[in-house]
Design a protein around this ligand. Structure first.
Ligand SMILES: *[C@@H]1O[C@H](CO)[C@@H](O)[C@H](O)[C@H]1NC(C)=O
Ligand SMILES: *[C@@H]1O[C@H](CO)[C@@H](O)[C@H](O)[C@H]1NC(C)=O
Ligand SMILES: *[C@@H]1O[C@H](CO)[C@@H](O)[C@H](O)[C@H]1NC(C)=O
Length: 337
């Protein structure tokens, strides 16, 4: 009886021990599976974090301040004298280091504003092949140069600023006599001549001849001889044609900040941060002709009779209309209030 119990007891014990092993075994296996799962989850998280980090680095790369090695854009600003061109070019000089582009001055011999055709060819070749200076902004007092004519595969982006023709002429007239705040000690061509613009018009002298206003049309028209013939209708049409099809943007001096604002949105490689910079340094940038007097109503009426004034004003208003349209389409009157 006792033995039987033992026998039976032994079997129960053996069964219990085996059951225990099975339970423990299953438990350990279960734990391993759990561990494996959490390891996989951890690995996935790490991978996600690494990816996010890589994206962050890539983004910083494109927003960074290093030279834009992949950008070979060429911008040409063929500036017209006395249109606030110095103020605008100084903004470019201030930003070029930060934004990683080059600013190059194109020194046209004499004050001719046109280049002989071999010089144009050399210029086109040099500008398009000089990779060390890309991206680059060129500025100079030179008429529009048509890169297509020279078989160039790269077209530059053209920019310009126009000013009300009579304002520009009056500004130039006093600039030659009294200089400006930019280089106050430089003696100008007509230094010492105290004649006002009104007197000049009354005496019909050459410095205030309306023919002198024939400048913005030829700058946009280009190097054809007709471009430089005061009153030539083809020149006006060609200037409008180039403005519409060959210039990225033509602004007006009276809205310099708006011009810079559109450029910042359109060409960020060059003009990122330009508006903020211009606003904070406006005083030092604006170049003012000394002792400038507003012309009398009589003088204005006299000038307005001339064909050159009418044609130059037509181009100016054409440019202004285009510029207003560009601004409207951008929905930005942000800087006009
Ligand atoms: C441009 O060239 C003329 C003559 O070649 C020279 O006298 C003048 O100093 C130059 N101007 C600049 C800003 O380099
Ligand atoms: C362009 O002209 C400059 C100055 O004359 C010169 O230093 C440069 O090497 C030229 N670049 C090319 C590609 O011809
Ligand atoms: C000139 O004309 C404007 C309007 O065209 C007028 O407001 C202004 O008073 C005039 N100035 C003089 C000095 O007559």
């Amino acid at each position: 009886m006792l033995l039987r119990f033992f026998n039976q007891g032994y079997r129960i014990w053996a069964f219990a021990v085996i059951l225990l092993f099975v339970v423990i075994g299953t438990f350990i296996q279960f734990k391993f599976v759990k561990l494996e799962e959490s390891r996989n989850a951890l690995e996935a998280t790490v991978a996600r974090l690494q990816l996010a980090n890589n994206l962050l680095v890539a983004e910083r790369g494109t927003n960074g301040n290093e030279k834009n090695v992949d950008d070979d854009t060429i911008v040409i600003y063929n500036r017209v004298p006395k249109t606030a061109s110095t103020s605008f070019v100084n903004v470019a000089y201030d930003l070029c280091k930060r934004n990683g582009f080059n600013v190059l001055h194109l020194n046209v011999t004499g004050n001719l504003h046109v280049m002989p055709i071999p010089d144009q060819a050399r210029f086109v070749y040099n500008v398009t092949h000089w990779n060390a200076k890309k991206p680059g902004l060129y500025h100079g007092h030179v008429a529009f140069i048509d890169f297509d004519k020279f078989g160039s595969s790269q077209r530059p982006i053209y920019l310009n600023l126009l000013r009300k023709p009579l304002d520009r002429l009056v500004s130039y007239y006093y600039f030659l006599r009294f200089g400006d705040n930019y280089r106050p000690h430089l003696i100008r061509r007509k230094h010492g001549d105290k004649m006002t613009f009104d007197e000049c018009v009354k005496r019909k002298q050459s410095d205030c001849d309306p023919v002198n206003m024939w400048l913005q049309i030829p700058f946009l028209c280009g190097h054809m001889p007709e471009c430089w013939e005061p009153g030539n209708q083809w020149a006006l049409d060609q200037a409008k044609h180039n403005l519409a099809s060959r210039y990225l943007l033509v602004g007006v001096t009276e809205q310099l900040q708006e011009f810079i604002s559109v450029l910042e949105a359109t060409l960020p490689t060059f003009f990122r941060g330009a508006v903020k910079h211009f606003q904070s340094s406006k005083k030092s940038h604006l170049r003012k002709t000394n002792l400038k007097r507003e012309p009398s109503n009589e003088t204005v009426a006299e000038i307005m009779k001339s064909k050159v004034w009418k044609m130059e004003t037509e181009l100016y208003e054409y440019a202004l209309d285009q510029f207003e349209y560009v601004k409207k389409k951008m929905g930005s009157n942000r800087c006009s209030n």
